[in-house]
Design a protein around this ligand. Structure first.
Ligand code: AMP
Length: 401
């Protein structure tokens, strides 16, 4: 019996990888254009790192295990906490603010469904050194920029402020407060009635739809300032105080981006102001977000906005091994400009051409005895024409194809 793939994981075909690398490439180039620099942290960490600040929900779904020496380890369920660990140990002396980004895999033992996996990818950014409205504006404008560059249309940015609800629940025990926030995050409003809290007040906040003055009263000046910046930037958003995020370390303005066409797993991005410094005995001002890369790719696929990458593909066929050196020279030239594979199956030319055609190869280069007279044969498989090109013009010729 075949050994199957682990539930909630995926294999990615060459076609899948092209799409993934394209979307990643757009994110990378936008992040870098805003001055963010790439980092990477380990796939697993000491469990201790995630125990205090990530919250029960994250730990409930974490892959936790012991290594051979009995140490408790965890596969990273998210990357923000490790980034702050890295910052505290190695990056603190750099000029602030630090602008960092990562694109890597995370692991959560959740029930798999469309858009929800046990191994998934996050493309995230962190600003360390400030959590000002200017920083939050930069993050949201940048996330919006990524989606616009990908030509994704069906998304909605929702901005909230966990501080408001955390303040209202300041008398409540930490664990209970986390539970209440989790209900709000999941839209389980009825469940709130089971707790000894000011239900009406909380309901009025999470269903808030008032104007600027009331907003200032509830959420303070920073929120209004952020909204002004976003208005100036032409970024569309909605204020929604039920956005509280699933992770316990968020402490101020937060946001999520939803793609309502994705069904249950519609959240494609989440972030905000967080406080993780206490873990290390520091006061670190920071904010950030993470795109769920898989869900952004799903969005782009659903909207059919992934570009067809049509690149010219070449294949070289060698008639006789005595021209192998010549063939390598030619390959070196072609590969400066295009992708070129070489026949290695000892096929006859007819069979090799059949293979090339079935793979959609555009140009078939033949290195045969005409090379002795200084000629290379190139067959244009799409147009079904063939030409003999003098070796000294070869590079010019293929460049202009
Ligand atoms: P979080 O770290 O929970 O704020 O998640 C950030 C983003 O990662 C979310 O907006 C999702 O798009 C994505 N994400 C979280 N969990 C999963 C999962 N199990 N499968 C796929 N994407 C996920």
């Amino acid at each position: 019996m075949a050994i199957s793939r682990v539930k909630g994981t995926r294999d990615f075909s060459p076609e899948d990888m092209k799409k993934r690398r394209y979307v990643e490439g757009v994110m990378r180039s936008v992040f870098e254009s805003y001055g963010y620099e790439e980092i990477l942290t380990p796939t697993f960490e000491y469990l201790e790192l995630f125990l205090k600040k990530s919250g029960e929900e994250v730990l409930k779904h974490a892959y936790i295990f012991k290594d051979k020496s009995g140490k408790d380890l965890i596969l990273r369920p998210e990357v923000t906490t490790p980034v702050i660990r890295f910052y505290v140990s190695n990056l603190r002396n750099r000029p602030h603010p630090l602008r960092l980004y990562y694109i890597t895999n995370c692991f959560r033992y959740e029930e798999p469904q469309a858009g929800r996996y046990r191994e998934f990818w996050q493309a995230g950014v962190e600003i360390i050194g400030t959590n000002s409205p200017e920083a939050m504006a930069e993050l949201i404008i940048m996330a919006d920029d990524v989606l616009k560059r990908l030509n994704i249309k069906h998304y909605e940015i929702r901005i909230g402020n966990v501080e408001v609800l955390k303040n209202l629940l300041s008398d409540v025990d930490d664990r209970i407060r986390s539970k209440i926030l989790r209900h709000i995050d999941k839209g389980e409003i009825e469940k709130l009635k089971e707790y000894d809290i000011n239900y009406e007040k909380i309901l009025s906040i999470i269903t808030f739809s008032g104007g600027r003055n009331e907003l200032e009263e509830i959420a303070g000046k920073d929120m209004l300032l952020l909204m002004d910046y976003l208005d100036d930037a032409g970024v569309r958003y909605k204020v929604d105080f039920s956005i509280v995020r699933g992770l316990d370390y968020y402490s101020g303005i937060v946001f999520e981006i939803h793609n309502n066409k994705l069904g249950a797993q519609k959240q494609i991005c989440g972030g905000g102001v967080y406080s993780l410094g206490e873990l290390f005995g520091f006061d670190i001002k920071a904010c950030g977000f993470a795109f769920g890369l898989d869900r952004v790719i799903l969005s782009a696929e659903r909207e059919n906005v992934l570009p067809e990458v049509s690149e010219r593909r070449f294949m070289l066929f060698l008639f006789d091994k005595k021209y192998y050196k010549k063939a390598l020279e030619i390959l070196r030239i072609v590969r400066k400009y295009y992708k070129c594979e070489m026949e290695i199956m000892r096929k006859k030319i007819k069979k090799s051409l059949e293979y090339a055609n079935s793979k959609g190869i555009d140009f078939f280069i033949i290195v045969g005895e005409e090379i002795e007279k200084g000629y290379i044969t190139i067959k244009d498989l799409k147009r079904n024409v063939q030409e003999e090109v003098p070796i000294e013009n070869f590079e010019e010729y293929i460049k202009n194809l």
